[in-house]
Design a protein around this ligand. Structure first.
Ligand SMILES: *Cc1c(COP(=O)(O)O)cnc(C)c1O
Length: 364
């Protein structure tokens, strides 16, 4: 079986966890401070603050900029559902906008149309490891005086015009879930250059006080802390990030080479102003469902694209006045092929042979 995705864990992570356990300090401590500093440096920001997962990182960033009931936050229709869920959790209303048909990232013309006096934030997503158009989105946000909170959950290592994603907005959020580029099992990070916002995040994530210690809490906050066990895994993963990125990009290239001439298979556009880290290797086909089942019967894991928010049973009411042809087109055509950094060339060749066979013989 070739899985659609698997994390790349090994002896490095095992040793890192053992070291933490032997130290007898497993809550947030020195490893977590080191993890924060390393991520901040990698992403080119002043502050990086951990959260239990990416969804809660987004939620905390929204709360820290004051998002509340009656506010609107603009999100792309085509994303993993957590983007919108974090907005609802913060008490606000997600406003869905369609995406660019080529990149599947937020369409900036639609974005401009969706802005109202209630718009409190714009939440672009760097979908599938491809940077959103931060030139256009940044211009609009500046002109209209609206904050950007980037959902960079799939974006570690990704940059736009040489600047890491997650560092463009007032805040940016990463996820370290098991299928992300690097993982700590569950985990997230809030990035910002803004000292005051960082302070508010630190207070909110630590029961309303800036430091551990006295049981006197100036504010009401929550517990959004992580553990040194996870931070140690993160540091071990970070040491492999360059290799992971190289492998992911090489794998995507190999798929393109081996499937480039297959009639019926198209590859999505690559954003030329960016450096992308393929979160998934994606193809566009006429009938992704049938191809997916065929590959599964051959022992190959594949996965449909994210289901657009406007067709989610739970978000239909948020999409009353919207029109989302590009998100719909992406969903109807997209399939993610095996995408792990651990894939061998032989495995990719096998997948491509099966895809080719499907289009030569099995296609109705
Ligand atoms: C994974 C993901 C999230 C949520 O991260 P979790 O760590 O799973 O909570 C949010 N947005 C996008 C685009 C994601 O891919």
């Amino acid at each position: 079986m070739i899985p659609q995705f698997e994390p790349w864990l090994g002896e490095e992570e095992v040793l890192a966890v053992a070291e933490v356990l032997r130290s007898n300090w497993i809550t947030e401590g020195e490893k977590t401070r080191q993890w924060e500093r390393s991520i901040a440096q990698l992403c080119g920001v002043k502050h990086a603050m951990p959260a239990p997962n990416g969804t809660l990182a987004l939620y905390l960033a929204l709360k820290a900029i004051g998002v509340d009931k009656g506010d609107e936050v603009i999100v792309p229709d085509f994303t993993f559902i957590a983007t919108a869920n974090s907005v609802v959790m913060a008490g606000a209303t997600p406003v869905l906008v369609d995406v660019d048909v080529r990149t599947f990232n937020m369409d900036h013309e639609k974005l401009e149309e969706a802005i109202t006096p209630r718009t409190k934030a714009i939440m672009p997503v760097h979908i599938y490891g491809q940077p959103a158009d931060m030139d256009a989105i940044g211009d609009i946000a500046r002109r209209r005086g609206i904050s950007i909170i980037e959902d960079a959950a799939q974006g570690i290592g990704v940059s736009f015009r040489g600047k890491p994603v997650g560092s463009f907005g007032l805040a940016g959020c990463l996820s370290f879930f098991a299928d992300k580029t690097i993982t700590t099992g569950e985990g997230g990070m809030i990035l910002t250059d803004d000292d005051e916002l960082a302070e508010r995040c630190r207070i909110l994530r630590n029961q309303g006080r800036p430091e551990r210690g006295p049981y006197v809490h100036p504010h009401i906050g929550f517990n959004f802390r992580t553990t040194d066990v996870q931070s140690a895994i993160g540091l071990a993963q970070l040491a492999k990030l360059d290799s992971i990125i190289t492998r992911k990009r090489r794998n995507a290239e190999l798929y393109r080479t081996l499937l480039g001439d297959v009639e019926g298979v198209e590859f999505p556009c690559v954003e030329v102003r960016g450096f992308n880290v393929p979160f998934r290797v994606n193809v566009l086909v006429k009938d992704p469902e049938t191809l997916m089942h065929y590959l599964e019967r051959e022992g190959i894991g594949a996965r449909r694209f994210f289901c657009p928010l406007h067709v989610q049973p739970c978000y239909r009411t948020y999409a009353m006045n919207g029109d989302f042809p590009s998100a719909t087109a992406a969903y109807e055509r997209g399939l993610s092929l095996p995408s792990a950094a651990t894939l061998t060339e032989t495995e990719i060749e096998l997948v491509c042979r099966k895809v080719r066979l499907f289009f030569e013989h099995c296609r109705p």
